[in-house]
Design a protein around this ligand. Structure first.
Ligand SMILES: *Cc1c(COP(=O)(O)O)cnc(C)c1O
Length: 381
């Protein structure tokens, strides 16, 4: 089956006694045993639940994994993946990382004895130099959040193999529709299913996709021990979102390209961070490893006043955190996703009071551009 079909029919095992077309929401914490020593497919929903199994099988097929586990948020998925490491282990990570992951690594995992080096993972020489005897994994986001830097997954995976490290890729931004890290050599793929997979800004979810039986047995053990699984109703919502993932991504991809081009031509915008520009330094790599550019654009505008004016005056774009849904959103990273960073660190990365991050939705693209024009220039008023 091709990707678009898999989004609807990847898990053909869902048939139940009623013949429901959609996987039924199985709202049960526990399951009745058929007898002592008689195998039952389900026993307790922290271990597994039919609605969740169906969703896990779907995401697993889309990413091409050995097994996938669904959690109550992207952060839960990231946290569970960190259980693979212990005191004294060292992990190399992209320096431009989702703010929540940074907070987890720096303030929680670090206190528990796991050491991190945050580097520009697109610099392969630097990556090799950063590997130490106790290095266990390389953790990347590509494109990164919010600077849109691209890391070569295949190259990083080759280096990791040479040194016996595992590669973890947060694939939230491009989704398996555009990028399949496991096929490029990664060992674990993480998702905030809250974003494009769910796609409607109505449900939090997270996924851990494992490439091997060995990794998946470990993650399953952590999952059943820790908890944090996605609830049956939320599984249903994410499953419903995934059915339209390809058509949403196509529209979002087209819209983002056009909005980025317009922003680049706008005299009030100093810099546009978008991976689809031919002169972007990650362009050749993203063309090689992905089939689309996604819907994320960051911009640096002329002044702090203009950044605030855009947030205040947009009508179709909403000033809200999150990304990846059908509605277009704008966030102010310094006040929101990256508010926890030290000021110097944040500014060194260019995340200042003039920096905005945009998530493009599925609206009509002319309406989106006009909304920005109006907010920036007060045109049409
Ligand atoms: C949102 C996000 C997360 C965290 O996911 P939640 O579902 O909000 O917990 C992790 N990584 C990336 C890239 C994200 O955008």
């Amino acid at each position: 089956m091709k990707f678009e079909t898999l989004c609807l029919h990847a898990d053909l095992n869902k048939k139940d006694e009623w013949g429901t077309l959609n996987q039924a929401i199985c709202q049960s914490a526990t399951f009745v045993h058929k007898g002592v020593d008689v195998d039952s497919p389900y026993s307790y929903s922290r271990l597994s639940n039919p609605t969740r199994t169906h969703l896990e099988n779907t995401v697993n097929a889309l990413e091409g994994g050995y097994a996938t586990y669904a959690f109550s948020s992207g952060m839960t998925a990231i946290t569970v993946s960190m259980m693979l490491f212990k005191r004294g282990d060292h992990i190399i990570s992209t320096y431009d990382l989702y703010g929540g992951a940074l907070r987890l690594f720096n303030n929680v995992c670090n206190s528990n004895g796991i050491e991190y080096s945050f580097i520009n993972t697109s610099d392969i020489d630097l990556l090799e130099k950063t590997i130490k005897n106790n290095t266990k994994a390389i953790y990347i986001e590509t494109p990164s959040n919010p600077l849109m830097e691209v890391t070569d997954i295949r190259l990083v995976s080759d280096i990791a193999k040479k040194h016996g490290l595992i590669v973890i890729v947060d694939n939230t931004f491009l989704t398996p529709y555009y990028q399949k890290p496991l096929s490029l050599g990664a060992d674990i793929v993480l998702h905030s299913g809250t974003k494009y997979l769910g796609g409607h800004n109505d449900t939090l979810a997270g996924f851990v996709v494992c490439k091997t039986k060995e990794l998946s047995e470990k993650i399953l053990y952590f999952s059943k021990t820790i908890g944090g699984q996605l609830s049956p109703f939320d599984c249903f919502l994410i499953e419903r979102g995934i059915k339209t993932l390809p058509i949403r991504m196509d529209r979002i991809n087209d819209n983002a390209y056009k909005v980025a081009e317009w922003l680049r031509g706008c005299n009030k915008i100093k810099k546009v961070f978008y991976v689809g520009f031919k002169d972007n330094k990650g362009y050749e790599i993203i063309k090689k490893q992905a089939t689309g550019f996604g819907g994320m654009i960051s911009i640096e505008v002329e002044s702090e006043e203009l950044a605030k004016k855009i947030l205040k005056d947009v009508k179709i774009f909403q000033y809200a955190e999150s990304l990846g849904g059908v509605d277009s959103l704008i966030t102010y990273p310094m006040k929101q996703t990256h508010a926890d960073l030290k000021k110097e660190e944040r500014e060194a990365k260019g995340i200042n009071e003039r920096f905005l991050r945009i998530s493009i939705g599925i609206e009509n693209v002319e309406d989106l551009i006009n909304d920005l024009k109006e907010a920036i220039y007060d045109w049409f008023r």
